[in-house]
Design a protein around this ligand. Structure first.
Ligand code: NAP
Length: 244
């Protein structure tokens, strides 16, 4: 039986690489994002799989109605979901003294509530199947904290407690829930950082370099695979040793 996955924020960055890794593992993928990115056909081509194995569903993860409609679309097309990766995420950085209510609320809504909404709906599907793997994308910032990112750190730390609780709730149905905590990865999200900040950050990474989106995606694909069948409730840092 062919396996199916749902990935939030698969249009670019780490999410795009997650889609490619899952496609290469022979999994049919639905990705949810506001923009299509390069598009499902091009992603299949890049992964070297037959066209039609990737699907894009427009969705704003910060809008509960939009999430509900996107999940309706996916579940109408496939009655099983083997893999769920909550990757969509945003930053709205600023020191707390100057942080606007909207910056706090938007980050929590997209990064944490978005994952709650998909896990509640798809968790039910996986529990009924008595199988499934969920990976939620947190950050080392959720473990270590970072000045100027109280909102982002709260959302990412929240994802860790959320995922461990969900892992305990779903373990009896053979559904595994894990978290990855990437460090400093080269994507649009980090491309806005000034060169001096990048260089300073690099000195704090034991492996001495910024990570690639592909390196995060491969670890996620492993956590979703049979090879990780006895792993649940864990937080895997993918950070070149930054948070040890
Ligand atoms: P990115 O390059 O900015 O990509 C973000 C992805 O999330 C895009 O696919 C985007 O798609 C989607 N997204 C954003 N807001 C959305 C919304 N409201 N609804 C639906 N999709 C939305 O970021 P990235 O670096 O790949 O980050 C991916 C994940 O890794 C995030 O959760 C991030 O917090 C986490 N992370 C990244 C790093 C890093 O160093 N890059 C480190 C730790 C953790 P659309 O714009 O098309 O909607």
């Amino acid at each position: 039986m062919s396996r199916t996955a749902l990935v939030t924020g698969g249009s670019r960055g780490i999410g795009k690489e997650i889609v490619l890794s899952l496609l290469r593992d022979d999994i049919e993928v639905w990705y949810l994002s506001r923009s299509e990115g390069e598009g499902p056909d091009r992603l299949c081509e890049q992964a070297g799989v037959a066209a039609g194995k990737a699907h894009w569903v427009p969705c704003d993860m910060g809008n509960a109605q939009s999430v509900a409609e996107a999940l309706d679309t996916v579940l109408a097309a496939t009655n099983r979901v083997d893999v769920l990766v909550n990757n969509a995420g945003i930053t709205r950085d600023g020191l707390i003294m100057r942080m606007k209510d909207e910056s706090w609320e938007e980050v929590l809504r997209v990064n944490l509530t978005g994952a709650f909404l998909t896990c509640r709906r798809i968790g039910r599907v996986m529990a009924a199947q008595r199988s499934g793997a969920i990976v939620n994308v947190s950050s080392v910032v959720g473990i270590m904290g970072n000045a100027g990112q109280t909102n982002y750190a709260a959302s990412k730390a929240g994802l860790i407690g959320f995922s461990k609780s969900l892992a305990r709730e779903l373990a009896g149905r053979s559904v595994r829930v894990n978290v990855v905590a990437p460090g400093f990865i080269a994507t649009d999200m980090t491309s806005v950082l000034p060169e001096t900040v990048r260089q300073e950050l690099e000195t704090r990474i034991p492996l001495g370099r910024i990570g690639q989106a592909r390196e995060v995606a491969q670890a996620i694909a492993f956590l979703c695979s049979e090879g990780a069948s006895y792993i649940t409730g864990q937080v895997l840092a993918i950070d070149g040793g930054m948070a040890m």
